[in-house]
Design a protein around this ligand. Structure first.
Ligand code: ATP
Ligand code: MG
Length: 361
């Protein structure tokens, strides 16, 4: 036996404990590997890659073979060797997150009875979902407690788990976008007590909203509206291809299209997205003890569109800030920092997934 054997075993043990955040979006797949150092988290490797818009539609993987190819290419390009990944799912037709009130009981007791307790709150067959919960604490009423209930459709989990496995990766943790967003925010920002902060991620095909009160999630909502509607509006009104429309969104110029025309279309369609965000915030205000939202923290590719953040602030009259997923995070020396900064808003969910640990629920 070589002396290297126990050592290499130890190394592979540590390597196997590492976990990579993998955000499979409908337009871009993102991946982040971090290292836990004595000075906090450090980004070791990252990558972002566009995929064709027809591969994942409305959160459903329509062409799994090409998504698998994309995943393999992304891991190859970034040089990430770690196989364990955390992925996430979202969408109101697959994920239900609810705060419910139950008689006080221990975590073990609730683990036993959760299926029975949850049944009345879940609009799907209870056998078709995976359940999880988090006891939030006692309510003002005696002998009652508040519980955060999470139900995710099994077929949605299986859909994403299979592509990950087919790409020779191990899905070690399956999370929910809204919670990954919250995780990424928490590692970078201090809790503001008595403040309601709305975390809003605007991707290509959906908006994930998670409102935190004093740092605790009190309201989540996914809408199936996203930055694709700006792309579609440009395509329709200017008769352009998807690729050209995307180039316009990125601020590039296209022959025979005036900047003013493009800007006007983008502004108009942005308002549909902003209205959707406003509606969700109003719904929260109307249902959650009539409390105001004090601040909006934004992420997702849509906020890279010139003027979007400002327009949102104007139309909602709220303070709007971009989430910096690397505010409290060190960046590995060899990484392209400019590129990382440029795509940072798109990496927020991947960062929230990268800080999860194996064995996390
Ligand atoms: N630099 C940029 N300028 C303008 N728009 C951009 C830029 N980068 C990305 N986008 C837009 O952002 C969207 C992609 O954002 P993101 O990567 O957050 O989506 P996704 O995670 O793939 O989608 P989803 O989570 O909704 O399935 C696309 O509609 C794209 O046009
Ligand atoms: Mg996304």
């Amino acid at each position: 036996m070589s002396i290297l054997d126990p050592f290499s075993e130890l190394l592979s043990f540590f390597r196997s404990q590492r976990i990579v955040g993998l955000d499979i979006g409908s337009r871009y797949i993102k991946v982040i590997e971090i290292k836990d150092t004595s000075k906090g988290f450090q980004v070791e490797r990252f990558g972002i890659m566009p995929i064709e818009p027809e591969l994942i539609v409305d959160g459903s993987i329509l062409d799994s073979l090409r998504v698998v190819d994309g995943l393999k290419a992304l891991f190859q390009n970034t040089g990430i060797k770690t196989k364990n990944v955390t992925i996430s799912v979202s969408g109101h037709s697959s994920v239900i997150i609810k705060r419910i009130t139950l008689p006080e009981m221990t975590e073990d007791e609730l683990t036993e009875s959760i299926r029975f307790e949850a049944e009345q709150y879940i609009p799907f067959d209870i056998d078709d979902v995976n359940l999880d919960f988090h006891i939030l604490g006692p309510t003002e009423e005696a002998d009652q407690m508040e519980v955060l209930l999470v139900a995710v459709k099994k077929d949605k989990i299986n859909e994403y788990v299979s592509v990950v496995q087919e790409a020779d990766l191990t899905p070690a943790v399956v999370d929910v976008d809204a919670f990954a967003l919250e995780n990424a925010y928490e590692i970078n920002y201090d809790i503001e007590s008595e403040q309601n902060v709305a975390l809003v991620n605007v991707g290509a095909s959906r908006i994930n909203l998670n409102i935190l009160k004093s740092g605790v999630s009190v309201f989540t909502r996914d809408s199936s509206v996203g930055s694709n509607i700006q792309t579609e509006a440009i395509q329709k009104e200017l008769g352009l291809t998807f690729e050209d429309a995307e180039r316009l969104k990125h601020g590039e110029t296209i022959e025979e299209v005036s900047e003013e025309d493009a800007d006007a279309i983008i502004q108009n369609s942005s308002e549909d997205i902003i209205n959707e965000i406003s509606r969700s915030l109003d719904y929260f205000k109307g249902t959650f003890m009539h409390e105001d939202v004090h601040k909006v923290m934004l992420s997702g590719g849509c906020i890279l569109i010139k003027g979007f953040q400002q327009r949102l602030a104007e139309l909602t009259g709220m303070e709007v800030e971009m989430i910096d997923p690397f505010r409290n995070v060190r960046i590995g020396k060899t990484l392209d920092k400019d590129m990382l900064r440029e795509v940072a808003p798109q990496l927020v969910i991947a960062m929230g997934l990268a800080v999860r640990r194996i064995g996390d629920r």
